[in-house]
Design a binder for this molecule. Structure first.
Ligand SMILES: [Zn+2]
Length: 207
């Protein structure tokens, strides 16, 4: 079998990366950002389970920005993960402008014995070690191809460039002073909606 790992990195710096002089809307932004990170990570996990037809019991762990998934070790599974990795990295790179990455790794083959109580600590060490290694190569399947940098992929968007900085994030440019950029606006709006939402609609109605 194979242990598929997912590890979000960059969460802390992304969550608190706000312009300190302007804390207006900071609580909403924080709420929106942590929600977005968690949702995107869960979506990737759900997608893998659905597309590999794995039951929910195969999710051995999903907490604190890390997941561990048990899958059969077949060519079809590794081919699928090879396809999924650059796609996921591209999505995260664009969404979070490189600040957050979801590092996927499947270099931990195991046999049933490795899951038994006595052996599991060693298995977990191996799994974490491989995730740490994957972290050192974050975004690489998207930014590198055949050992060459994919220069065009470093470019996130080509919006108009203004001379004023967004008062919320202090990163993106806006046309007039005291204005906030589109992504900060979206975050504040999302942060407003979340506490009023009673339930999240699941399209398949199963959870
Ligand atoms: Zn902004």
């Amino acid at each position: 079998m194979l242990l598929i790992g997912g590890d979000l990195s960059g969460i802390q710096s992304y969550l608190f990366d706000l312009n300190h002089e302007h804390s207006r809307g900071a609580a909403k932004t924080l709420r929106a950002r942590s929600f977005k990170i968690k949702m995107l990570c869960d979506m990737v996990l759900q997608r893998i389970c659905r597309e590999l037809s794995l039951p929910r019991q195969c999710v051995l762990m999903n907490a604190g920005g890390k997941f561990m998934l048990l899958a059969p070790h077949t060519q079809a599974v590794t081919d699928y993960l090879e396809m999924l990795k650059p796609e996921t990295e591209q999505e995260f790179f664009g969404q979070f402008e490189g600040a957050i990455s979801l590092n996927l790794d499947w270099q931990t083959p195991i046999c049933f014995r490795d899951l038994m109580m006595n052996n599991f600590p060693d298995t977990l060490d191996r799994f974490i070690h491989n995730l740490e290694k994957a972290k050192l190569r974050k975004h690489s399947s998207y930014l590198l191809r055949d050992s060459a940098w994919q220069c065009k992929n470093f470019l996130i968007n080509q919006q108009s460039y203004y001379s004023k900085l967004c008062t919320q994030c202090g990163k993106k440019t806006v046309e007039s002073p005291e204005e906030i950029c589109e992504s900060c606006y979206q975050e504040i709006k999302l942060g407003e909606i979340i506490p009023k939402t009673q339930a999240l609609h699941h399209p398949q109605g199963s959870s």
